[in-house]
Write a protein that binds this ligand. Structure first.
Ligand code: UDP
Length: 237
């Protein structure tokens, strides 16, 4: 397959998307940029794209080995992945094992509580609206996803959580919460898409509680790239 980029079709906050010779595949380029608080806070950190690409590739491979299909078709080089072309379902799905972040702000519940079972939440993927929290009925009534798709998304999300939580526990890392996105290929087949990285997951060191994820950037905790490096080191060992 010809792995050269043809045309830039989309540039997001952390990635660029290019077409390839094959209409069924796209090339993703991971950028060095950081954004938080719906794009209000921005920075560039050298090496971030490489780390997120490597981490995300490794995690998609791990999920594939455990029966979770995604758009990931292979890592090309340091900053590029080959992915199946999908139409993104406009939902941001969040799975939580421990309370923190927007959940605590929204509901006033205590930070750092271990939940008796994983919590599944959905947001409507719309930057201009700040990805608002929604319930299933919104997605159904406004045609963002069907009941069957939501059931499948939920099932896959919990399976991803089971696999990643156990995997990271073995690496001395607590998987606190994460965001997933899904897409549909030209045959309407639903699969996991986007990325899985310290940008989209919260990782806490099991012994020190140190934050090894984008919260270091959001909260100005420093050593942002060192934390991403640490996640890569743990999963590449
Ligand atoms: N998250 C994400 N993109 C978003 C919002 C959240 O990847 O646009 C991830 C975030 O990194 C965390 C989880 O989803 O792992 C839950 O985030 P939360 O809802 O607590 O939002 P935040 O506190 O980051 O605003």
């Amino acid at each position: 397959m010809d792995l050269t980029k043809k045309e830039l079709i989309y540039e997001g906050k952390a990635k660029k998307l290019y077409t390839t010779e094959d209409p069924k595949y796209l090339i993703v380029e991971y950028k060095d940029s950081f954004t938080a608080f719906n794009g209000q806070k921005k920075a560039t950190m050298s090496g971030k794209g490489v780390l997120n690409n490597k981490i995300s590739s490794r995690l998609f491979e791990l999920l594939a080995k455990n029966g979770v299909e995604s758009h990931f078709a292979g890592q090309i080089d340091d900053v590029h992945q080959l992915v199946r072309r999908v139409k993104i379902v406009p939902l941001e799905v969040i799975v939580r094992n421990i309370t923190t972040g927007s959940l605590c702000k929204r509901l006033g519940v205590e930070e750092g509580m271990k939940l008796p079972r994983p919590l599944f939440e959905m947001c409507y993927k719309d930057d201009a609206l700040g990805d608002p929290f929604i319930i299933e009925d919104h997605a159904l009534l406004f045609g963002w996803a069907t009941k069957e798709e939501i059931d499948k998304i939920k099932e896959i999300s919990f399976k991803v959580n089971d696999i990643l939580k156990d995997y990271f526990a073995g690496k001395g890392v607590v998987l606190v919460d994460f965001k997933l996105e899904f897409g549909k290929d030209s045959d309407g087949k639903l699969m996991l898409a986007d990325e899985i990285s310290p940008d989209t997951c919260r990782f806490w060191d099991s012994s020190t509680g140190d934050h090894l994820d984008k919260d270091r950037f959001r909260k100005d905790l420093g050593n942002v790239m060192a934390a991403y490096e640490e996640i890569w080191k743990r999963i590449s060992e």
